[in-house]
Design a protein around this ligand. Structure first.
Ligand SMILES: Cc1ncc(COP(=O)(O)O)c(C=O)c1O
Length: 401
């Protein structure tokens, strides 16, 4: 047996013996990543069209991020949030400047960003006797109990009941369904502008605008969960900027710190005074390393003009997927916003295609059971796009013809 195979088998054996089996893992160990490329333990090169599961918007190990976190690690790694940290201040200021006026709370994950939104809406609602939440079918907001309760997918929630009370699920893009659930006790509506885990489903503009109007009229808070869509993914810094509507609360995570764990919640000026000292906290939230990574991300978005340059890549992907959906009747529908693509397929084809693509050297994702999800690095090169699309073409041919 080759040495690398032996190493791989030993790692897998240790997982079997010692790691909780909450993930269905694929037999790959990556030892290095650079841009849109990964190297496995047996030195195979894999192209990545879904880097870090929506985390590495600027590819693996972007040099600016690497330099920032390495330099920071040499100076100071961690201090408590009872002291001031310069990069935390910088990152909060940049988020506010690129989103809307308000104040930021830092945490460590998307689910925690959503928890902060829930606690804020609860504390705000309690002063007005409003304690009901509306979320959406097929939504995904995380795995902690609050975020899980808001997740509109029974399969994730059912083993863990009873969950948070007073949460209802409206139909996505169905304004009558939302209207029928709103009442004087509604504290907040939480919405993903593109449902990522739910199958890359885009909210209609009028639907979002009407919810925002209702929020003002009926006095409830509007929460946008942009954990997956934030930081350039949809062609704007935040997806809400495609819709001309601002929320009261913005949840961020995933790509915010270039791969270092971080979550953030921006509370608009009208509610920024709700969480007072002692009401919410996080030991690691906004720590030195995460903030160094986030600061590098904010700088590189501007310096590398990522939002402008990604338009060219979007065109290439879009034309390719349009042609693909004309060619294959097994494609039920194709959706995209910016560099977030979803190809909904009949039956089991999507998961077969994702699996075969991996064996051919390309990472793509299958979500919601039958949707291929592709979210490449925003700064991916044309050459790498064409290489990956060639693999997708081949795999479609092999699976469907
Ligand atoms: C929209 C959305 N919200 C929240 C989360 C939860 O993020 P995390 O896994 O970092 O807790 C995710 C994760 O996929 C997400 O896509």
């Amino acid at each position: 047996m080759k040495k690398t195979n032996k190493q791989l088998n030993e790692i897998i054996k240790d997982y079997d013996n010692y790691v909780l089996k909450t993930y269905t893992r694929k037999p790959y160990v990556f030892i290095r990543g650079k841009g849109s490329w990964l190297e496995t333990i047996d030195h195979k090169k894999i192209l990545d069209f879904f880097p870090g599961w929506g985390v590495s918007n600027f590819g693996h190990c972007h040099p600016m991020v690497v330099k920032a976190i390495c330099e920071q690690a040499k100076k100071i790694i961690h201090m408590a949030n009872v002291f001031y940290m310069p990069d935390q201040a910088y990152v909060a200021k940049e988020i506010v400047k690129s989103a809307f006026p308000g104040k930021v709370f830092f945490s460590n994950s998307g689910a925690e960003a959503v928890e902060c939104a829930i606690k804020t809406a609860k504390a705000w609602g309690n002063t007005l006797s409003k304690n009901e939440f509306i979320s959406f079918e097929k939504s995904f907001h995380g795995r902690t109990i609050g975020a899980l309760t808001l997740t509109g997918q029974e399969k994730y929630r059912s083993p863990f009941g009873p969950l948070m009370p007073n949460v209802q699920y409206a139909k996505y893009n169905d304004i009558d369904s939302v209207r029928s659930l709103i009442n004087k006790n509604t504290a907040a509506v939480i919405l993903e502008l593109v449902q990522g885990e739910g199958g890359v489903r885009l909210a209609d503009k009028n639907f979002v605008k009407e919810i925002a109007r209702l929020a003002k009229e009926k006095k409830f808070l509007l929460i946008f969960d942009e954990v997956q869509t934030g930081f350039g993914r949809t062609g704007k810094m935040f997806a809400f900027q495609n819709y001309g509507v601002k929320p009261d609360i913005l949840c961020m995570g995933k790509s915010i710190a270039g791969g270092v764990a971080m979550g953030a919640t921006l509370l608009a000026e009208n509610i920024e005074g709700i969480l007072l000292p002692g009401m919410h906290a996080s030991t690691y939230g906004g720590n030195y390393i995460a903030c160094a990574g986030a600061k590098a991300v904010m700088e590189l978005i501007k310096k590398e003009k990522v939002l402008e340059k990604m338009k060219e890549s979007e065109k290439i992907f879009h034309n390719f997927f349009l042609n693909l959906s004309v060619k294959y009747k097994e494609i039920i529908s194709y959706r995209h916003l910016g560099l977030m693509f979803g190809i909904e397929m009949e039956g089991e084809f999507a998961s077969k295609i994702a699996d075969m693509a991996l064996t051919e050297g390309l990472i793509i994702n299958c979500t919601a059971g039958n949707v291929l999800r592709i979210m490449p690095a925003l700064n991916i090169s044309k050459n790498d796009i064409l290489k990956g699309l060639k693999i997708i073409e081949k795999v479609f041919k092999n699976v469907l013809q």
